[in-house]
Design a protein around this ligand. Structure first.
Ligand SMILES: C[S@@+](CC[C@H](N)C(=O)[O-])C[C@H]1O[C@@H](n2cnc3c(N)ncnc32)[C@H](O)[C@@H]1O
Length: 381
């Protein structure tokens, strides 16, 4: 049987009485948890497939039957150590530590993963951060993103979240949305490369993409490949399920024939990349995601209705506020600086403000920027 090994430094001396009480307590769990004393203040714990709720409630009962300070403190330390184990699963709604025999088919998983990825991890060595110039903090800037980004210092943004123009031929207020694909990608890549430069070490890019399936251009793969090529680290992909099943089944030319069936998609993609490190640091008091939200949203298929008020805002391709708020709560801390390089009518900036993040939104259209400003004003209170 394999176990999760945890080193526990005890607050008080782990004396003989504590050892006896802890041993008889742990024996109740049939070798799913046991310990080896390492010294007067150190214990090695071995945990396998443990029902944590039962463990906690039994710990309280054991404490109630024992008065010695050392024993009480040892039990508290023990519960805290087991509680802090990150790798657990849920069975029948209970928190259950991974059964390493069942779940871990690969031995030394971490070392092997480190070996496989050593050439692509931690490529960015510069961790010094710069301050975003005052005039860009909590601002909507109407300009070409590339020009704006070039004015920003390195390493000053925590998270960039955006939805680039789709290149579907949509009627944006300003600018063509039907470029040749090469031109489209070259312009987009220039903006993404500058975005990488301005991101802090551990900063993130969250990009919502809907490929143009009828052109057979896998935009999400092409963008992801480019980001990998420039040294960004792939954190994951979320499927944004829009449930718009009213799309037609197929074009008549390919109806009910294997010759060229046309696949239909009711979802879009959200690609998440990191600069230099998969971890993004922040203060515990700046976390605003609840336990329930976290449990739901780490399952990377999100069912969210598309934005219904595009006419009212006068923009043909908005993403919904709910999508942005999930991304921000899951991938950023309060007070982080959030950038959107294609801010449109300001969904990102208004959600960032509502969630107590700082923001910078850039869009090339004056009309859209004006709407974004108005939305900010109405989200003030
Ligand atoms: C898909 S929309 C983003 C909509 C936005 N997510 C929202 O909810 O309002 C893409 C936006 O990119 C803007 N855009 C296109 N090229 C740009 C550029 N070079 N610099 C800045 N904005 C640009 C367009 O004006 C458009 O508003």
């Amino acid at each position: 049987m394999e176990y999760k090994e945890v080193t526990l430094k005890t607050t008080k001396e782990f004396d003989e009485k504590s050892k006896r009480v802890v041993k008889s307590f742990l024996d109740e769990f049939n070798r799913h948890i046991y310990f080896e004393p390492m010294g007067s203040y150190e214990v090695k714990l071995f945990v396998n497939n443990l029902d944590f709720e039962r463990f906690k409630s039994r710990a309280l009962e054991v404490k109630a039957n024992n008065g010695e300070e050392e024993v009480l403190s040892a039990i508290d330390d023990l519960v805290e150590a087991v509680n802090s184990i990150g790798s657990y699963g849920l069975k029948s709604g209970k928190r259950v530590y991974v059964d390493f025999n069942k779940e871990r088919k690969v031995k030394n998983r971490k070392q092997k993963s480190e070996k496989r990825t050593s050439s692509i991890r931690n490529t960015e060595k510069s961790i010094e951060e710069n301050i975003l110039p005052f005039e860009y903090e909590n601002a909507i800037v109407c300009a070409d993103s590339l020009d704006v980004l070039r004015k920003l210092p390195n390493n000053c943004i925590d998270v960039m979240i955006t939805s680039p123009p789709y290149n579907f031929g949509l009627e944006y207020e300003n600018g063509a949305d039907d470029k040749k694909w090469d031109d489209y990608f070259n312009q987009l890549f220039a903006i993404l490369e500058e975005t990488k430069r301005v991101l802090k070490y551990g900063g993130r890019m969250i990009i919502n993409v809907q490929p143009l399936f009828s052109d057979y251009i896998p935009t999400h793969h092409i963008i992801s490949k480019h980001l990998l090529d420039i040294g960004m680290l792939w954190k994951g992909e979320i499927l944004w399920e829009k449930n718009n099943y009213n799309c037609k089944y197929t074009a008549w030319g390919s109806w009910k024939s294997p010759s060229s069936p046309y696949l239909k998609y009711t979802w879009e993609f959200i690609e998440v990349f990191c600069k230099g490190d998969l971890k993004h640091s922040g203060k515990t008091e700046d976390i605003d995601i609840t336990a329930e939200e976290f449990k739901k949203w780490v399952v990377a298929k999100w069912s969210i209705a598309p934005e219904r008020n595009m006419k009212e805002y006068g923009h043909p391709a908005m993403f919904p506020e709910n999508l942005v708020s999930r991304c921000l709560k899951l991938f950023s801390f309060k007070n982080d600086i959030i950038l959107d390089v294609f801010n449109g009518v300001g969904t990102t900036t208004s959600v960032a403000r509502m969630l107590d993040r700082r923001y910078l939104g850039v869009d090339i259209s004056t009309e859209y920027c004006n709407v974004a400003e108005k939305r900010l004003a109405s989200s003030l209170f």
